[in-house]
Design a protein around this ligand. Sequence first.
Ligand code: SF4
Length: 159
Amino acid sequence: MGGTEINYLFICPTKLWYFSKGITMEQENEWVDLGRFLHERRYAGEEKEVQIGSIKIDFIRKGEIIEVHEVKLGKSMEKAHEMQALYYLYYLKRLGIKARAVLHYPKLNETKEITLDSREEEVEAAIREVQRIKSLPAPPEPVKSKKCKKCAYYELCWV
Ligand code: SF4
C-alpha cells in the first residue's frame, strides 16, 4: 500500500476507490501541476521521489535520524498529509528504520514535524479502512464538498 491511498482516505473515500482501481486523472489537474512546479523550484538540491518498497517519499535527509520530507500545497487537507506522513513512519519502522517526518508548506512558509510516538493504532485503523474501501465492488457514494472543485475525479462523480 502506498502513502497516497492513506492520504486519499482522509480526503474522500470515493477518490480513494477510483485511485485504487488504477483510474488516475491527476496529470490533468492544474493543482497537481502547480504542486510539482513549486516542489521542483524550491527543493532543487534535494534528491526527490525516493522509493522505498511501496512508498514514495518526496525527499529524505539523513542525519542522526532519517527525516522524511513531504511538500504540500496548502493546509486544507492537513489531516490527510499528517496521516500519510505517519504511514511512512509506520512503514519504515517495520523495516527497522527509525524516522521522523517534516511536512513543508512552501506557499505558507511553514513546516510541521510529525513523529509516530503512540499513534501506531491510528495508522493501523487507517490501513484497515483503506483495505475495506478497496475491496468494495463499486465506489462509495460521492459526497459533494469544497474538495470536489479541485478534484481530478470531478467529472466521474458529478457530470
Ligand atoms: S469529486 Fe468529490 S466526491 Fe468525487 S472523488 Fe473527488 S472529492 Fe470525492
